[in-house]
Design a protein around this ligand. Structure first.
Ligand code: HEM
Length: 409
């Protein structure tokens, strides 16, 4: 076992220069090949931390995800974003370890079972059709802002009991949190997250909390407000953090995979033809899009004791970034991993690799993606690029911020 961190050369995986055109897939390929458990010395956006480990293969991501005792989500936060203050991360169950994590997650799981989620299909289809109806007569539009964003915001908004008139406002606040280092997603810069965005969310949420305390409703916000966990109520801070977790997850996940999927279908007309000829392939295409374009580029863990991954010595307190865009291209698992194949129907780690933090929203995400692809392809079978697509320069979200398209051949 190698006991020291390599001194040089240092590749700083998280530096923005690698992320301007989406995740650094070539760099990840090199790491999987030669240094799959890689130490980056220092990180420009984390001046106080000595560096972090990158893990890049499915095997190692599974090892870390399944062992919460050794790899904590709570101790150093679950994302490598310095502006997402640790108090904020620890207020959400995604940033907690058991037993508190398990109690809170159980509260939500009832609302997100595959059966309960499936009941929402007619409503999600109606939302999607309504958004596409608004594009009637237009020659060009933006898939990100004109299709994906309004659909996903309304879907999660309806779960949470948000007024439809407020969807865009909430989407913007959540984009500022998750895209903190991207100038387009968060024009005021990372510091504004703690200084302005979180306080604004807290005060707006308080209005929703007070309303449900006075009059319970059947939305998830009301579930949070009236939750009874072993005889205890959630504090207002915990309710706000639960709200942020669900609304960010709802706004910035399926949107990302859908838009990258539409881009890939435009780039591979033969694959699009297959879906147009046989829409029953769409669920398989959804899994292929999740594999190749996972909505989140990483979650991270902190080692609670000295341990080992792939022969590398990991010291207590070390940070470990699990890179999903890399695990989705792992050549030990996939044949020709860079080939986009809508019939592949792959297993993947886009939703995590099992363990306590496995995504709560898998059924909802799969349903939303299927319905959005079905409806969009049926309405606009011949979309083509009509300008430059742009990726967020962010190491957490893996998403396009603009995808201009033209209707018709
Ligand atoms: C393409 C869509 C999505 C992807 C790729 C995705 C991905 C993930 C991943 C990788 C995790 C694991 C985090 C970790 O291990 O630390 C996770 C957790 C989570 N996701 Fe998703 N997600 C998606 C959609 C959604 C949706 C629509 C919701 C709900 C509205 C949601 C809610 C959550 C929650 C609450 C957790 C925390 C679970 C826990 O800590 O136990 N996700 N997601």
């Amino acid at each position: 076992m190698s006991t020291t961190k390599p001194a040089s050369p240092t590749v700083r995986v998280a530096d923005p220069e690698h992320w301007r055109a989406g995740p650094p897939l070539e760099l990840f390929r090199e790491l999987r090949d030669g240094d799959p458990v890689h130490w980056s010395d220092g990180m420009s956006s984390f001046p106080d931390e000595p560096g972090f480990w990158s893990i890049t293969t499915q095997e190692h991501i599974r090892q870390v995800s399944k062992d919460w005792q050794t790899f904590s989500s709570e101790r150093g936060g679950m994302v490598g974003m310095p502006w997402a203050a640790i108090e904020v991360q620890n207020g959400m169950f995604i940033g907690m370890d058991p037993p508190k994590h398990d109690r809170l997650k159980a509260l939500f799981q009832r609302g997100f079972t595959p059966r309960r989620t499936a009941e929402h299909e007619p409503a999600i289809r109606e939302i999607t059709r309504g958004v596409l109806d608004r594009l009637e007569g237009r020659e060009t539009f933006d898939v990100v802002t004109d299709v994906a964003q309004p659909v996903v915001s309304r879907v999660i908004g309806s779960f949470m009991g948000i007024d439809p008139a407020d969807d865009a406002m909430w989407a913007q606040l959540m984009a500022e949190i998750v895209g903190g280092d991207d100038a387009e997603m968060n024009p005021d810069g990372p510091d504004s997250v703690v200084e302005r965005v979180i306080p604004e969310i807290v005060s707006r949420c308080q209005v929703l909390i007070d309303a449900r305390r006075a009059t319970p409703t059947d939305d998830l916000m009301s579930v949070l407000v009236h939750a009874d966990i072993d005889g205890e109520r959630l504090s207002d801070w915990e309710i706000v953090m639960g709200f942020i977790l669900l609304v960010t997850a709802g706004n910035d996940s399926t949107k990302a995979t859908f838009c990258s999927g539409i881009k890939a279908l435009m780039e591979h007309p033969d694959q699009r033809r297959k879906l147009l000829d046989d829409p029953s392939l769409i669920p398989s295409a959804v899994e292929e899009c999740l594999r190749m374009f996972p909505a989140f580029a990483h979650f991270r863990r902190t080692a609670t004791k000295d341990t080992e991954i792939g022969g590398r010595a990991i010291a207590e307190g070390d940070k470990i970034m699990m890179w999903y865009p890399s695990s989705g291209r792992d050549e030990a698992v996939y044949e020709d991993p860079d080939r986009f194949d809508v019939e592949r129907n792959p297993e993947h780690q886009a939703f995590g690799a099992g363990g306590r933090h496995y995504c709560l929203g898998t059924a909802l995400a799969r349903l939303e993606l299927r319905v959005m692809f079905e409806e969009t392809l049926a309405r606009f079978p011949h979309l083509r690029p009509a300008g430059d697509a742009r990726y967020a320069t962010a190491i957490f979200v893996n998403q396009l911020t603009t995808l201009p398209v033209a209707v018709g051949d």
